[in-house]
Design a binder for this molecule. Structure first.
Ligand code: DX5
Ligand code: ZN
Length: 220
């Protein structure tokens, strides 16, 4: 690979009538992670999929399952998501009373840990948590739906978090989610992101286009 940028297609934009085949196709097309958006109709206004579906689609790819929980509360469902085959579990700190405890539960379950920051969440929440995380997810849309526009005003936040990560000396993924396309991907990368979530831009044009789309997002 020419650079270290990882692409995590959001399966929210896949055709759910043949979801397993869609995941096989993005795997073959070069996806690094498989981004699974879990929405509960409560923390966010949309409703998507849960652990039972993840367990079944897990058979379609051995790549890293990057599970983004937009649910509240988080703790009661962690074991189900871990058992279903999640590799990374990311949650929103506003959705649980004690995010540090949630991170330690995720670790005990054998998964990597992720924290997600909404556009309105200040980076100060990371001060107490950065030592416990493997991934920081910066939302560049208000979570809830695919196909929204990238919020450019989040770029300075991405730059600041990149500095924070580098100062720890640890390998922490900096992932950006929402409105990533061929124009906005380079902006997120220059700000310091190394993992890009892309739903609409990956799945555009059908399966014959996935490889081309993923390469273009990666910038190679
Ligand atoms: C938004 C989700 C995103 C979203 C990405 O709540 O977390 O993963 O589906 O979709 P696009 O790439 O279409 O903005
Ligand atoms: Zn997401």
């Amino acid at each position: 690979m020419a650079n270290q940028i990882k692409i995590s297609p959001s399966i929210l934009s896949a055709d759910f009538s043949y979801l397993g085949k869609e995941i096989e196709a993005i795997d073959k097309a070069g996806a690094d992670y498989i981004h699974v958006d879990v929405m509960d109709g409560h923390y966010v206004p949309n409703l998507t999929i849960g652990p039972e579906v993840i367990k079944d689609i897990r058979k379609s790819s051995k790549k890293t399952f990057d599970v983004h929980l937009m649910i509240k509360p988080v703790n009661p469902l962690l074991e189900s998501f871990a058992k279903a085959g999640s590799d990374i579990i990311t949650f929103h700190p506003e959705a649980e009373g004690n995010p540090k405890e949630t991170l330690s539960i995720i670790k005990e379950l054998g998964c990597k840990t992720g924290i997600s920051l909404n556009p309105s969440t200040p980076i100060g929440v990371l001060d107490d948590l950065i030592d416990e995380v493997d991934l920081i997810l910066v939302m560049t849309v208000v979570p809830g739906f695919g196909g929204q526009s990238f919020m450019e005003d989040q770029l300075p936040k991405i730059e600041s978090i990149r500095k924070m990560i580098d100062s720890t000396g640890k390998q922490i993924d900096l992932e950006v989610d929402g409105g990533i396309n061929f124009e906005t991907a380079p902006k997120a990368i220059s700000a310091g992101a190394n993992v890009l979530v892309a739903g609409t831009a990956t799945f555009k044009g059908g399966q014959s286009q996935y490889e081309k789309n993923i390469k273009a997002l990666r910038g190679v």
